[in-house]
Design a protein. Structure first.
Length: 482
């Protein structure tokens, strides 16, 4: 076999391959055997039909077509390996010559990973938020805990903000009560904003037995989006009572004996959360600076596939789970379709550039992923997907997505190398030193936090995380579409 590589652009090549006919022998034998099992000819036992009879009855062309389709993937893969190409996705194959007994010639156009020069990233500088926990932050945290332990007691007075009212609701559209427009004994905290627009004003000032009617746009159900006339009847009014902030509350709401100990623990937890957020922010901003430094050509087909995959995952996974379609989602987000398309393309470009650069860094720094790192990342992914680790692991293995997870962890480690070399300061001008635990946690979540997953071959059936990011992998030997 002879092959040659022609560079069409930095991200696409054309392979020209010539195969001597004798190299098709195994595939021709397999083609005759396959056809033998599929057809019957009077006077011959099934599977024992001579090749010349098959040629006469069914045509030599049918045999050649079967043999070529069988052999093309191997010849294509051999040519890719001979050219030392890092290909992306499936090739566009065109058979240019097929002379029976002489020659098979074909071309294959395919996207390749571009050659990337890793820039000098040692001078990257970023500024992140400082880690400051104020007394007000601590008080707010304790108040939120206190609110969870609030109790209610019935009162014989008009309902006011903060009260919990038990209400009956009836919604009408065009004078007709909706099939799903009646609800009884609903508990609602006035001012929470958890029900219909206008309900706070309607029930405030009503005592038990009082009624009011108001107009509101329905947020769900069969008449979603329509204006409805809603009648609300107050059944009971209850006042919320917060427990006193004292040592007794600390003992009831936590494992601590005193309120001071509870507050100290709240401060410590808030500091840890802000340190984690600071580390994530540093990672994201360092990545943005790295992307600015590197020139990365983007394969057009890969970009188109990535955009389509992201849109598919949004519409059929994320929005579907929320009961929304794209139009409603854009309305909620306050975006036009053009803005959504531009934003999706921007995210896709960033994802592809990030993967290419970090993969190149993985190779340059010779970074490896051990079993412990892979297991930890799998556990994190399972948790974010809502699946058990065993379920997630099974889905990953069955979907052939283990290389994808390995790639995510490796890219996380590559980004950690860049972050470690960067100068990170906070808004107070103080240097930020990320400890090993923070870097490890962040690098394990790189694909999630920075949206770096870009697909070499999109796989909509990838488990769980496919709703956020498509699968990746370099496909060198898929069956060619002749």
């Amino acid at each position: 076999m002879k092959s040659a590589v022609e560079t069409l652009n930095p991200t696409r090549v054309r392979l020209t391959v010539e195969v001597p006919f004798e190299e098709l022998k195994d595939s021709l034998d397999a083609a005759y055997k396959k056809i033998n099992q599929q057809v019957t000819v009077k006077g011959f036992r099934k599977g024992k039909i001579p090749a010349r009879v098959i040629d006469q009855r069914f045509g030599r062309g049918a045999v050649l077509e079967e043999a070529v389709n069988d052999a093309l993937p191997k010849f294509y893969t051999d040519a890719v390996n001979e050219g030392e190409l890092n290909v992306l996705g499936q090739p566009d194959v065109d058979i240019t010559e097929l002379k029976d007994g002489e020659l098979l010639a074909f071309t294959a156009e395919v996207d390749i990973r571009p050659t990337i020069e890793i820039p000098d990233y040692s001078g990257i500088e970023v500024v992140v938020d400082s880690v400051e926990v104020t007394d007000e932050d601590v008080e707010k945290s304790v108040e939120q805990l206190r609110d969870r332990f609030a109790s209610t007691s019935p009162v014989e007075r008009a309902a006011a903000e903060g009260d919990v009212v038990t209400i009956d609701l009836e919604a009408k559209v065009d004078g007709e009560v909706l099939p799903d427009g009646v609800a009884s004994e609903v508990e609602y905290t006035i001012g929470s904003g958890e029900l219909l627009d206008g309900i706070d004003e309607a029930v405030t000032g009503l005592e038990a037995g009082g009624e009011a009617t108001f107009t509101s746009e329905l947020k769900g159900g069969t008449a979603e989006g329509k204006a409805a006339e809603v009648t609300v009847k107050v059944i009971r009014v209850a006042a919320r009572e917060l427990p006193a902030l004292d040592d007794e509350f600390a003992q009831m709401a936590s494992e601590f004996d005193t309120l001071d100990e509870l507050k100290a623990d709240s401060r410590k937890r808030l500091e840890s959360m802000k340190q984690y957020d600071q580390a994530t922010q540093a990672q994201e901003r360092v990545l943005d600076e790295l992307l600015k430094l590197a020139e990365v050509p983007i394969p057009e087909k890969l970009l188109a596939d990535e955009i389509n995959t992201r849109k598919h995952n949004l519409e059929h996974h994320q929005l579907g789970q929320m009961g929304l379609d794209l139009a409603k989602y854009l309305e909620i987000q306050g975006k036009t379709e053009e803005e959504f398309e531009a934003e999706t393309e921007e995210q896709a470009v960033k994802g592809i550039k990030t993967q290419f650069i970090l993969d190149e860094l993985v190779n340059k720094e010779k970074l490896n992923v051990n079993q412990e790192e892979l297991t930890e990342h799998l556990m994190r992914r399972a948790q974010s997907s809502g699946m058990s680790p065993d379920q997630f692991a099974q889905a990953v293995v069955e979907g052939g997505q283990v290389p994808m997870l390995v790639g995510e962890v490796a890219r996380g480690k590559a980004l950690a190398v860049v972050v470690e070399s960067a100068k990170v300061t906070d808004t107070n001008g103080q240097p930020v030193v990320l400890d090993d635990d923070e870097e490890a946690a962040d690098s394990a979540d790189t694909a999630d936090a920075t949206d770096t997953a870009a697909s070499d071959t999109a796989d909509a059936d990838a488990p769980a995380e496919a709703a956020d990011a498509p699968a990746e992998g370099t496909d060198k030997g898929g069956k060619a579409d002749a």
